[in-house]
Ligand binder design. Structure first.
Ligand SMILES: [Zn+2]
Length: 328
């Protein structure tokens, strides 16, 4: 049975809204929905440009809704955590009263059988509104807007900036060869797999040669040296995004393993100040103590398990100008 590992990448995103979206978002905190006049049309959500001609639109905003009519819809039977409603719901085009273009939003109707083109819906407002489209938690059947939670009132200041986290989750299978590489690392062994065809060596339990499409197994394993030479490095100055635990600049180094062609990329350093990291520097593997918690691997990229980093050996540097060309 294949083991899976889930990895989530999150990064913050900040944008300024400009006068039109700022007015729209600020109005949401007041439980009002604004459209913009575009000739005879009223566009909701408002746009800065006439979608037909590209001409700039004057900031002629008009209140619409709050109720509207479902024009079309699709049912979401199994919402993910990123969906606006955490139980089965519909995404629908809602033509708000007074608007000529529909707003895409969620409708919480309980079941698909309760959904129909032409049904009337009204917003369910969040009690706490911050100037986001999700200030409307969803739409609900009927004419009457609802309020979900205690009303914290409108924004004290116009909403001009929007912060949010972009997020994506990957679910990756972990091949048995990757689990084996981690297990070997617990024995403080750095094991590579040598392709019988091209004689390239792979680490981290890749389990196949991507050049020759040959499956690699235990019969191809070879023990690698625990020493190497830095061929490249990067000094990272951490940005304090959500989840960042580093506060000081730190290094990631590329290590060419002795007596092999293997280059381990983006390795942590131990007892090596960033100012002393340089190409040609000799380093030795540092292993986690038995029982110490380690990265069991299988997420993004290879895991070397109990190999937690590299520290200087104190030997003289290797002066080989070709070292910097050894990235992979
Ligand atoms: Zn090969």
């Amino acid at each position: 049975m294949t083991r899976f590992v889930e990895s989530t990448i999150t990064f913050p995103y900040r944008r300024s809204l400009g006068p039109m979206l700022s007015a729209f978002m600020t109005a949401l905190t007041e439980r009002r929905i604004l459209g913009i006049r575009c000739g005879e049309a009223v566009l909701v959500p408002p746009m800065e440009w006439d979608p037909a001609t590209g001409a700039a639109l004057p900031l002629d905003l008009v209140e619409v809704g709050p109720a509207g009519t479902v024009q079309s819809w699709t049912w979401v039977p199994a919402p993910t955590e990123q969906h606006p409603v955490q139980r089965p719901f519909a995404f629908a085009f809602v033509l708000l009263d007074g608007a000529t273009t529909p707003l895409l939003h969620a409708v919480d109707a309980g079941s698909a059988a309760a959904m129909a083109d032409g049904m009337r819906v009204a917003p369910r407002w969040r009690g706490e509104r911050v100037g986001r489209i999700t200030d409307i938690a969803c739409f609900v059947p009927g004419e009457q807007p609802e309020l979900d939670g205690d009303d914290t009132g409108p924004a004290a200041q116009p909403v001009e900036i929007m912060d949010y986290n972009a997020r994506i989750t990957y679910r990756n299978p972990v091949p048995p060869s990757a689990d084996r590489a981690v297990e070997l690392s617990r024995q403080q062994r750095l094991v590579g797999m040598r392709c019988p065809q091209c004689e390239r060596t792979y680490v981290g339990g890749r389990g196949y040669c991507p050049i020759d499409s040959i499956e690699l197994g235990e019969e191809h394993e070879i023990d690698l040296a625990h020493t190497g030479t830095i061929t490249n490095f990067v000094i990272i100055t951490p940005v304090q995004y959500p989840g960042q635990t580093e506060t000081e600049p730190f290094a990631r180094v590329f290590v060419l393993i002795d007596d092999s062609d293997v280059v381990l990329a983006y390795q942590p350093t131990i007892e090596l100040p960033v100012a002393d990291v340089r190409v040609g520097r000799r380093v030795a593997a540092v292993w986690a103590s038995p029982g110490e918690e380690i990265d069991a691997g299988g997420g993004m990229g290879v895991s070397l398990g109990a190999l937690i980093g590299w520290m200087p050996t104190g030997e003289p540097d290797i002066a080989d100008p070709d070292l910097v060309n050894r990235i992979f």
